[in-house]
Design a protein around this ligand. Structure first.
Ligand code: FPP
Length: 231
């Protein structure tokens, strides 16, 4: 029997730069096309009744890219949030960000906070955007926050620790999709992805379509998830 549909799908949106290079276009054009793909996949996920969609938009390591590209990405985030929030409202999508906001500019942080506030009462899909995020950094910040907690909480266990992570309150991802042909987790949801099914496709993110997304979901339902047991 096929497994039930995933509740939480996470995506490493890779290949924007290569998609652009193939067409002799600037890398930033690939990121712009990537936003269009994201719009398609958010709609598809909402229609399919998926509870949570998490996308890796900017990693803590992405600061190593040329300053011009980082600036263009930050500008794209602000512009996209300005443009797309009305559409998120129409689709009943709640937006949430994970990652360390401290190094981000005030303009970016303000847009993030505003967009979260505007969509907070939506009850459809939760779209989680990982921005200046990495799994190790998430774990490290959780440890620091735990050490600094005021109340003396009960004994530390997995559930309590998870409540200190950026993803508190969210289910763990059932499926992690990576586009762009690599088979790496690249410091994404390290704690949360402990038992996620992994799906890699050669398609660059700007080429990833609703059809490709459906293919990944279908493959997921055929996987035999045992969580370390015998099933
Ligand atoms: C990876 O491709 C993609 C990114 C680092 C950026 C993805 C961001 C978006 C699609 C915009 C999302 C916007 C919001 C507001 C959520 P790459 O540059 O690593 O491609 P390459 O591996 O071919 O170089």
């Amino acid at each position: 029997m096929d497994a039930p549909a995933p509740r939480h799908v996470a995506i490493i949106m890779d290949g924007n730069g290569r998609w652009a290079r193939q067409r002799l276009l600037p890398r930033t054009y690939g990121h712009k096309k990537g936003v269009e793909t994201l719009r398609t996949i958010v709609k598809a996920a909402a229609e399919k009744g998926i509870d949570v969609l998490t996308v890796f938009a900017f990693s803590t390591e992405n600061w190593k890219r040329p300053e011009k590209e980082v600036r263009a990405l930050m500008h794209l985030f602000v512009e996209t949030l300005e443009k797309e929030v009305p559409e998120l409202m129409d689709n009943n999508v709640k937006l949430r960000f994970i990652g360390d906001r401290a190094p981000l500019s005030r303009e970016v942080v303000e847009k993030m906070t505003q967009s979260e506030a505007r969509t907070k009462d939506n009850e459809g899909l939760t779209l989680v955007v990982a921005l200046n995020y990495s799994g190790r950094d998430d774990i490290l910040r959780a440890v620091k926050a735990f050490k600094e907690r005021k109340d003396s909480s009960p004994q530390l266990d997995e559930e309590l620790f998870a409540s200190f992570l950026d993803t508190r309150g969210l289910p763990d991802p059932d499926l992690i999709i990576r586009t762009g042909g690599e088979y790496r987790i690249s410091n994404f949801l390290l704690w949360q992805g402990a038992y996620s099914e992994f799906y890699s496709t050669a398609a660059y993110w700007p080429d990833f379509s609703r059809k490709e997304f459906e293919k990944a979901l279908k493959e997921y339902t055929r996987r035999d998830r045992r969580f370390g047991g015998l099933g």
